[in-house]
Design a protein around this ligand. Sequence first.
Ligand code: PHE
Length: 346
Amino acid sequence: TGQDALSRIEAASDLDALEALRVAFLGKQGSISGLLKTLGKMTPDERKEEGPKIHALRESVTAALADRKAALEGAALEARLAAETIDLSLPAPEMPRGSVHPIAQVMDELAEVFADMGFAVASGPEIEDDWHNFTALNMPETHPARAMHDTFYFPDKDDEGRDMLLRTHTSPVQIRAMIAQGAPLRIIAPGRVYRSDSDATHTPMFHQIEGLVIDKGIHLGHLKWTLETFLKAYFEREDIVLRLRPSYFPFTEPSVEVDVGYSQQGGRRVVGGSGDAPGHAWMEVLGSGMVNRRVIAAAGLDPDEWQGFAFGTGVDRLAMLKYGMDDLRAFFDGDVRWLSHYGFSA
Ligand code: PHE
């Protein structure tokens, strides 16, 4: 019956089922198509009677199929929109993040420790001239100490006829700071330095931090206090013991090499205690001294009026000692696994 057809159409659950009904009713072999074919065999009276009913049935079935199709398509669209909805309030997936390189971290820590003691951060160029790197630091051209530095030279001289080189230490920043800022002065200068040297404990590029204090009446006691205070703060230990040994640097007089006591713990050097205590030893960590009068004069200050001390140390080694790394070269390999193990979060 017609009502039966309409309710089956209404009940079709998807477009495939609906298409099957359309074929069943209106297809070539469909039941309604079959009814239409019977009209030809009817008498005119019968046709007048049955014709409008059959056509009305076909029209209502056609309309019901179209309605149901529209409804099913609408529902499918709704379902797709619901499935593709993005909830902007959901937490974002974790993205891989970089980390702060241990050297950068340690330079920041050092700057912070010295800032607490009133030191400002100064810097100079990594491409230096030999006057700042050597001559002004009391190493004239013929000085044997120049040979100890395994210097990378550039083939050409600068505009003033000076040899150009990659700075071999951060000490030229002493000269630049005194010339630029005059006295009194209290600076540190962390940065890259270069020497033609490479093995397990030496890389051609490494990092130093320089310290310089210029003022009136400065003496070795100020140097010792400063180094002790700095090392205690940096290593976060009160039991740091220093040993000062006479040494030689052309730019300091007198010169002092500084050792710290340490002990071996679980295959690792741990700084602390006297190096003379049982199970302990001394390790050199710093070069330092009272700034040579000739250096103060070369930088344009009067050495009778101004005195000072300077020190220089390797940042890479300070980092290894504090954080327990054992191969200097790992700092510069760029191995992401090493970096994510030893790196610091920003
Ligand atoms: N510039 C020296 C070096 O590279 C270290 C140093 C700095 C020593 C300042 C004394 C004073 O070995």
